[in-house]
Ligand binder design. Structure first.
Ligand code: HEC
Ligand code: HEC
Length: 167
């Protein structure tokens, strides 16, 4: 029965290691682009208005390109289109919106679904990629993602060092 005690003891700790990572990934500033469907989310995570469809390009090239409105910089007033160069939805296999913490945890460490990255590369992406870093400087009137890019990268490395347990 000793293994059972170990499993029971380990369970809350596992949930805890991933919690700070999940808190960032599931925030609307991140999850609004990490959707499985063709329609981005905006504001608190409701479907993007204006009939926008991302298409296979994930950038609206087939219909109305994201870059028509999402320029290289955030618009200067509340509800103006935010922006950085290369605005696009994440590929469907990297979707987090509407997924459970466990599902997000499993896919984040799966090279088949995280762009072939090691955990160190995922942490580096989170602290350096312009689309990600935008989540902490999202423009007037929007809540930024919790913490900072560096704190998020450290949380990913700490979770990985603990064996990347999933809740
Ligand atoms: C404007 C849309 C957009 C926003 C906002 C955005 N991402 Fe992404 N994200 C992408 C795209 C596109 C990719 C695919 C790029 C690639 O794999 O090189 C991606 C890939 C990733 C990846 C690597 C793949 C994976 O799932 O492991 C991570 C990690 C990530 N984003 C984290 C974040 C975090 C954290 C935030 C919020 C602070 C965020 N993203 C906000 C568009 C976005
Ligand atoms: C016709 C203009 C227009 C087009 C085209 C457009 N958007 Fe937007 N988008 C906006 C505006 C305006 C906002 C800001 C809405 C607000 O904050 O109330 C926005 C907000 C967003 C947000 C929410 C950011 C956040 O977390 O607050 C995402 C994600 C987004 N757009 C993705 C896309 C993607 C991906 C495409 C291309 C497939 C696209 N948009 C095409 C005008 C547009």
């Amino acid at each position: 029965m000793r293994w059972l005690a170990l499993v029971l003891l380990a369970a809350p700790a596992a949930a805890q290691e991933f919690a700070p990572v999940h808190e960032v990934l599931s925030h609307p500033r991140c999850a609004n682009c990490h959707v499985e469907t063709d329609v981005p989310l905006w504001r608190t995570g409701v479907p993007h208005g204006l009939g926008v469809v991302a298409g296979e390009s994930r950038m609206g090239i087939e219909t109305l390109p994201c870059g028509t409105c999402h320029r290289a910089e955030n618009g200067g007033f509340p509800h103006a289109a935010p922006g950085v160069e290369g605005w696009a939805l994440a590929p469907p296999e990297m979707a987090w919106a509407a997924r459970t913490p466990r599902e997000i945890c499993e896919q984040l460490k799966d090279p088949e679904r995280n762009g072939g990255r090691t955990m160190a590369e995922v942490a580096d992406h989170v602290s350096h990629d312009p689309l990600v870093v935008w989540g902490w400087a999202p423009g007037l009137g929007r809540d930024p993602a919790p913490g900072s890019p560096e704190e998020a990268a450290r949380a990913i490395l700490a979770w990985d060092a603990a064996g990347a347990p999933c809740p």
